[in-house]
Design a protein around this ligand. Structure first.
Ligand SMILES: C[C@H](O)[C@H](O)[C@@H](O)C(=O)CO
Ligand SMILES: [Mn+2]
Length: 418
C-alpha cells in the first residue's frame, strides 16, 4: 500500500469522529516552532574571546562534526529544516554575533553584528527570535548577573539586555514578524541563602531598568524565563517561577516556561490553562529533563503529548509561542534537531486528531467512563498514516527516511570538519 492509500484508510477512522484532516493539515502548517540554534554547536557561539560554558547548564558528548563557524551552523540548520515539515523560526543567543574577528563586549552588541543572520533568514523565509547571553562570561563567573550586589556588574548586564532587545526589534522590523526576546539568567546560590529577598529585589529593579526602553511589540516581544535550580544554584534561584510570573503579569511581559525548569513531577502541561486565564500569551522552551534539567532531545513522550493537547484543545495555538531548548552532543546534531522538532509537530498533530469538543462534553456530563475509554482508544488510532502523508505533502521524507539524508550529510559534510 502506498502512503496515500494508508492515509485514505486512516482518514476514514478519524472522519467518523468529525475530525477534518484537511483542516488539521491547514492548521498545523501555520504553527511555527522556534528552533534553537545552539543544538548545532553545543552552545559555543562565535565570540572572539570565547569563555567556557557556564551558568549551571551542561552539554555532554563528543559526537564529531559540530559547527564551528556561523556558515557551518547555518548550513546544518538548513539541512535540518529540509527534513522538518512546515515553516519555522530560528532562535539565536547573543553569543552568535558575527563581529569580523573584532572583540565586541556584550553590552556593545548592535544589530549590525547580526546582519548575516538576517540576510540568511530572509533568503530562507525564516523568523528570528533572540536571547541575551548572561552566562559563559567573566562577569557572570560568580553565578550572579542582574541580581549581583555590585552595581557595575549589574549595569553591564542591564546594558546587554537592552542591546539585545534592540537587536530583537531589528529582527522584527527586517523580517516582518515580531522577535521574541527572552531573558534567562543563571543567578542563584549553591547553598542555603541567608537572604532570599535582596537579590530578588535587585533583579526586579534591573528588569525595570531594562524595560524602561520602550519598543514596539509589532517588532519585539519581551519574555522572562524562570528556573528551579541549576548546577551551582541548587539551593536558591533568584528568578524563580513565582518571581517571573508576578513580574510578567504586573509588567505585561510574557512568561516563558521551560519544561526542564520545574520539579520532576510538576508538569508544564498542567500550568497552561491556568496561566492563559491571566495572560494573553505565553512562551515555551520545550525540553526533556531526565532526572534534572538535562536538556535531552524532545521525544514523543506523555508530557509532550499532553502539553501539545492543552495548547490545541484550549484553542491557544496563537497564544502559546512554541520554542525548543535541548542540546545533545552525543548524537548527530542535525538528527537531534530533526527528531526533536518533528516530535513537537507530531504532538501538535496528535492533539488535533482528537474529538476534543466531544471529550470536553463527556466531562461536563460526568461521563468519566466514556471519557477514559475514548482517551485510551485514541492512543491506538492510525496516527502514523496521517503523519506520513502530511510529510509527503509537505515535501519532507516520511517515517525514518530522513535518516538517510542525515547519514549522507554526515558523510559528505560533517565528517570533513576538524
Ligand atoms: C541555552 C539555555 O538553555 C537557555 O538560555 C535557557 O533558556 C535555559 O533553559 C537555561 O537552563
Ligand atoms: Mn530554556
Amino acid at each position: 500500500m502506498t502512503v496515500k492509500e494508508n492515509f485514505e484508510l486512516a482518514k476514514k477512522a478519524y472522519e467518523k469522529w468529525d475530525i477534518d484532516i484537511d483542516h488539521v493539515f491547514a492548521q498545523l502548517k501555520q504553527v511555527p516552532i522556534s528552533i534553537h540554534c545552539w543544538q548545532g554547536d553545543d552552545i559555543g557561539g562565535f565570540e572572539v574571546n570565547q569563555s567556557e560554558l557556564s551558568g549551571g547548564i551542561e552539554v555532554t558528548g563528543d559526537y564529531p562534526g559540530k559547527a564551528t563557524t556561523p556558515e557551518e551552523l547555518r548550513q546544518d540548520i538548513e539541512k535540518a529544516l529540509s527534513l522538518i515539515p512546515g515553516k519555522h523560526r530560528i532562535n539565536l543567543h547573543a553569543i552568535y554575533a558575527e563581529t569580523d574577528g573584532i572583540a565586541v563586549e556584550r553590552d556593545e552588541l548592535e544589530p549590525k553584528h547580526f546582519e548575516k543572520w538576517v540576510q540568511w533568514a530572509k533568503k530562507n523565509g525564516l523568523g528570528l527570535d533572540f536571547n541575551p547571553t548572561l552566562f559563559s562570561h567573566e562577569k557572570a563567573s560568580s553565578g550572579l548577573t542582574l541580581s549581583h550586589p555590585d552595581k557595575e556588574i549589574r549595569q553591564f548586564w542591564i546594558d546587554h539586555c537592552i542591546a539585545s532587545r534592540k537587536i530583537g526589534e531589528y529582527f522584527g522590523k527586517e523580517l516582518g514578524t515580531p522577535c521574541l526576546t527572552n531573558i534567562w539568567i543563571p543567578d542563584g546560590y549553591k547553598d542555603t541563602p541567608s537572604d532570599r529577598l535582596t537579590p530578588r529585589r535587585r533583579l526586579k529593579e534591573s528588569l525595570d531598568e531594562i524595560y524602561t526602553v520602550k519598543l514596539d511589540e509589532k517588532f519585539n516581544i519581551d519574555a522572562v524565563e524562570s528556573k528551579v535550580f541549576g548546577i551551582g544554584s541548587e539551593s536558591y534561584v533568584v528568578g524563580s517561577h513565582e518571581f517571573y510570573y508576578g513580574y510578567a503579569l504586573k509588567n505585561d511581559k510574557l512568561c516563558l516556561l521551560d519544561t526542564g525548569h520545574y520539579h520532576p513531577t510538576e508538569m508544564v502541561s498542567n500550568k497552561i490553562s491556568s496561566m492563559l486565564l491571566y495572560s494573553e500569551k505565553l512562551a515555551l522552551h520545550v525540553s526533556r529533563p531526565v532526572r534534572w534539567d538535562s536538556d535531552h532531545v524532545v521525544t514523543l513522550d506523555d508530557e509532550l503529548k499532553e502539553l501539545a493537547l492543552e495548547i490545541v484543545r484550549n484553542d491557544a495555538l496563537n497564544r502559546v509561542i512554541i520554542g525548543l531548548d535541548f542540546f545533545d552532543a552525543s548524537i548527530n546534531r542535525v538528527a537531534a534537531w530533526t527528531i526533536g522538532t518533528r516530535n513537537m509537530i507530531k504532538a501538535l498533530m496528535l492533539g488535533m486528531l482528537m474529538p476534543n469538543e466531544h471529550l470536553k462534553q463527556l466531562q461536563e456530563d460526568g461521563n468519566f467512563t466514556e471519557r477514559l475509554a475514548l482517551l485510551e482508544e485514541f492512543k491506538t488510532y492510525p496516527f502514523g498514516a496521517i503523519w506520513d502523508y502530511y510529510c509527503e505533502t509537505m515535501g519532507v521524507p516520511e517515517r525514518e527516511n530522513w535518516l538517510n539524508d542525515v547519514k549522507q550529510y554526515e558523510k559528505e559534510v560533517l565528517s570533513h570538519r576538524e
